[in-house]
Ligand binder design. Structure first.
Ligand SMILES: [Zn+2]
Length: 475
């Protein structure tokens, strides 16, 4: 029974989808004005793991991840995102490109990063700029129902018209009164009202006509428009990073529920920030790493995947190169394990059979408990050491090796590692290694040494283990 921590109710709840066997899932995607950094990757990887585990459990998952290519303003970190410049426009001006060129360039970067991380693609990646009509339709209805007001070509959501405002973040209007100040737009009735539509200044490049002004949508409305469009009024799961909770997701709930009259999301799930030496990563602090930065230091995207899966998504994770080094070693351990199993599985050996059922049950139990990937991995490591005991005294049967391999392949649908396994060793290299193995068995050590040297020249190391061997790329 899968239990997930719901930010809305602040507790772990048994997951029950609206429609049996099916899950609708909306993920807040990137604002495409800069390279994806590893903090973003942690958040996307969490959504990917959740989606993978739901599929593992047999659910048919429909996942939508939006591309924010308009309307995300620079001041959102301090307040509502109702003022300041459009981030994409600012970047376009700095680089002397059009906003569209900037958006497409960084959208491509985002897809490449997801692919390298083996994050499964969403069924659809809708772009905000392609859904302006839907946004206008929602804003019109909100005005009609008295949840929004217009002034000077701008339209704002009236937070006092929605009594549940603050339910997700705890930022109720009562609490907000005593809390931090928010920068005020002169046309707002209440500082916490948020923009649905903003009249564009003359020099603004990204703008559309609407019943109120030539302008552009507020930051939050796009997610309501796209989730409603592709997943319906009520969805099962909405995910994002913890920084999305307020004001973004709070605003999404308010406007979507006032528009549709129905509950918007059943399960809200948020990944914690990735920290750098205890601090939030940011450009100004110069501690923002991208995937290419990680690769330059000699790590693979899968090492990073391992690092992220080794901590729970709701725990703060402090990034360090030492921790990444450890993750790399752990992944290597799995890689070696799989290689050894592949060799034993090919032979026709009899021997002992470890009890797999226990490991499977424990791993599932861990994942059922709000996706506890570090605990699930620890059971995988126990399976590896149990199997190693049998491998080292040469008593694992080929049939068991095959069963453990099949088990690994099934559970790896959730972990999503791409291993540098035997299958990825070129055929020619595998053939040389096989010939060398035959030479060894025939005690022709001169030939076996020659073949070992040949493998080394071609960039591969071979290690003998028991009756088998392992090939590894020298890098
Ligand atoms: Zn969103």
């Amino acid at each position: 029974m899968l239990k997930l921590y719901n930010t809305l109710t602040k507790q772990k709840e048994v997951f029950e989808p609206l429609n049996p066997g099916k899950v609708s899932m909306y993920v807040c995607g990137p604002t495409v004005y800069d390279f994806v950094h590893i903090g973003n990757i942690r958040s996307y990887l969490f959504s990917d793991t959740l989606r993978r585990y739901l599929a593992y459990l047999g659910f048919e998952v429909k996942m939508i991840k939006n591309i924010t290519d308009v309307g995300h303003l620079t001041e959102d970190s301090q307040g509502q995102g109702d003022s300041g410049e459009d981030k994409i426009t600012r970047k376009a001006q700095a680089e002397k490109k059009t906003p569209e060129e900037i958006a497409r360039f960084f959208e491509k970067d985002f897809h490449q990063v997801e692919e390298k991380m083996n994050i499964l693609p969403a069924q659809y990646f809708p772009r905000a700029t392609a859904h302006i009509d839907q946004m206008i339709k929602i804003v019109e209805k909100l005005l009609e129902k008295g949840h929004a007001y217009k002034k000077n070509g701008n339209v704002f959501f009236d937070v006092t018209s929605f009594p549940d405002y603050g339910q997700l973040s705890g930022n109720t209007l009562e609490n907000l009164k005593v809390g931090a100040r928010v920068e005020e737009h002169p046309d707002k009735k209440n500082p916490w009202d948020f923009a649905l539509w903003i009249k564009a200044p003359k020099e603004h490049i990204l703008k559309w006509s609407s019943p109120w002004s030539i302008g552009y949508p507020g930051w939050h409305i796009e997610c309501s428009a796209m989730s409603t469009e592709y997943l319906g009024s009520t969805i099962d799961i909405h995910t994002g990073g913890e920084d999305n909770i307020f004001p973004h997701h709070e605003a999404e709930i308010a406007q979507t529920q006032c528009y549709s009259g129905q509950k918007f999301v059943h399960y809200w799930l948020h990944a914690r920030h990735l920290l750098m030496n205890g601090e939030k990563m940011s450009k100004s602090k110069g501690n923002l790493f991208t995937l290419p930065d990680i690769i330059k230091k000699g790590f693979s995207p899968m090492d990073l995947r391992m690092l992220f899966l080794s901590s729970h998504y709701r725990s703060p994770l402090d990034f360090s190169w030492e921790a990444l080094e450890q993750a790399k070693k752990n992944l290597q351990k799995i890689n070696d394990f799989v290689l050894e199993l592949e060799i034993v599985a090919k032979q026709k050996k009899s021997g002992q059979d470890p009890n797999l059922e226990n490991f499977g049950t424990e791993i599932e139990k861990a994942l059922n408990d709000d996706l506890n990937t570090p605990l699930a991995l620890s059971f995988l490591y126990s399976l590896i050491s149990e199997t190693h005991k049998l491998l080292s005294n040469n008593s694992l049967s080929s049939q068991s090796a095959q069963e453990i391999l099949s088990f690994w392949q099934k559970i790896n649908l959730v972990f999503g590692f791409i291993l540098q396994g035997q299958a990825q060793i070129p055929k020619e290299i595998q053939q040389i290694a096989e010939d060398r193995q035959k030479a060894r068995q025939q005690k022709d050590f001169q030939k076996s040494d020659q073949l070992r040297d040949l493998l080394e020249q071609k960039g591969f190391l071979i290690e003998d283990s028991g009756e088998g061997y392992k090939i590894r790329s020298k890098k």
